[in-house]
Design a protein around this ligand. Structure first.
Ligand SMILES: *Cc1c(COP(=O)(O)O)cnc(C)c1O
Length: 380
């Protein structure tokens, strides 16, 4: 590489760590010295601090984002055969837990510009068996939550927000009131996987809710179905956030808004450099929501995606395809419900999207190097 001396990463976890190294090292050592590894004071403090940050009544930490979705669905008392609607263009975890619990995943298409779940398509998919909708706030901005809540009210459905990619995003309601992503539906589920916007140094996740009863149920289910130790009221799971991860998350939570601002600055740089090129569609900003840019995802038009990715890779620039195969065309989730071509937007997106490096540590020199390379390839 000519001008960029540091290796370019999709996500620069080490670069981010270096800036808060002394705080993180002290926090991790503190947990080790206290030996309060499970449900220690760090977990309780993190829970309270995240509740304050989000403006939500209850945060229930758990072991990962997939568990969060599973525990949420268990707490809602959904039964075998109940239908849960979610997007066809998403990470598999969302549909996986639906199927795992014996519920029926009902997939619907997304909007071509924002990648968010298509609300008209949801409306058409609702049947008497529909019990819940899981909107995925894909790549860092909210689905249209106010419309979704109206739909849920009309049909008496639960909304579980999959906020694994959008922690910290603000949704603005028609009356001007702002709410954090994940705190609008009945339950919000997030992940602290290292590469997520608020990532720990291992696995972690959480459920959020403003409902006292649901909070108590989720707390119980996450802890082997016990409200009181050794008294098991329901069949639960074992899903805990460990104290070392909580200590790390407490420090990183203080920087979350700063990280989102850095991601937005990188996204703006990409937009300015790439928008207007007829072969590249830069990501659209949805109405009523801020964007925390978990991913910066382009749609390519008449560009050989594999060749572009190889061209970039040869210059030391990583890229990723989120996601290459629509859920309804995955071996595990095929169903007679869906024929090929069922979700044309999702199928088109899977064929044309490419995500560029996106994290809090990108500088202008690197961004220029990346965008110059993309333009060189598509304009050749
Ligand atoms: C990461 C992710 C999950 C799962 O989170 P884990 O902590 O890896 O289990 C679920 N849904 C979406 C949309 C995600 O991006």
């Amino acid at each position: 590489m000519e001008s960029v001396t540091k290796k370019i990463h999709m996500v620069d976890l080490f670069g981010q760590y270096e800036k808060i190294q002394s705080e993180i090292d002290a926090a991790v050592l503190g947990v080790i010295r206290s030996s309060a590894f499970i449900n220690g004071p760090e977990v309780k403090s993190f829970k309270a601090e995240l509740e304050t940050y989000l403006g939500v009544k209850h945060v229930i930490p758990c072991a990962n984002g997939t568990d969060a979705l599973q525990i949420a669905m268990m707490a809602l008392g959904l039964k075998q055969g109940d239908e849960v609607i979610t997007a066809s263009f998403t990470y598999a975890a969302t549909a996986e837990v639906i199927a795992l619990l014996g519920l029926t995943p009902v997939l619907v298409d997304v909007y071509p510009d924002t990648f968010d779940i298509n609300i008209e398509a949801i409306e058409k998919a609702i049947t008497p068996n529909t019990k819940a909708i899981v909107p995925v706030h894909l790549f860092g901005q909210c689905a249209d939550m106010e419309r979704l809540m109206q739909l849920a009210q009309k049909h008496n459905l639960f909304i579980i927000e999959d906020v694994a990619q959008a922690i910290g995003a603000d949704y603005t309601r028609a009356d001007g009131k702002k709410q954090k992503a994940g705190t609008i539906g009945h339950i919000g589920c997030t992940s602290f996987f290292p590469s997520k916007n608020l990532g720990c140094y291992g696995d972690g996740g959480a459920m959020y809710t403003n409902d006292d009863e649901l909070a108590a149920k989720m707390q119980m289910i996450a802890n082997h179905g016990q409200r009181i130790q050794y008294y098991h009221d329901s069949i639960g799971v074992n899903s805990r956030l460990d104290s070392i991860q909580a200590a790390i998350l407490r420090i990183k939570l203080r920087h979350l808004d700063e990280y989102a601002a850095a991601r937005n600055a990188a996204a703006n740089y990409y937009d300015n450099a790439l928008a207007g090129n007829p072969k590249i569609k830069t990501p659209a900003r949805a109405k009523n929501t801020t964007h925390v840019f978990h991913q910066y995802t382009l749609q390519l038009q008449n560009v050989d995606r594999d060749a572009l990715r190889k061209y970039l890779a040869d210059k030391g620039i990583p890229s990723m395809v989120y996601y290459p195969v629509p859920l309804h065309m995955q071996k595990a989730y095929q169903s007679e419900r869906y024929v090929s071509g069922a979700f044309p937007v999702t199928e088109k997106l899977c064929a044309c999207v490419v995500s560029l490096p996106m994290h809090s540590e990108l500088n202008e020199e690197t961004l220029k190097y990346i965008t110059d390379a993309v333009l060189e390839f598509v304009n050749q």
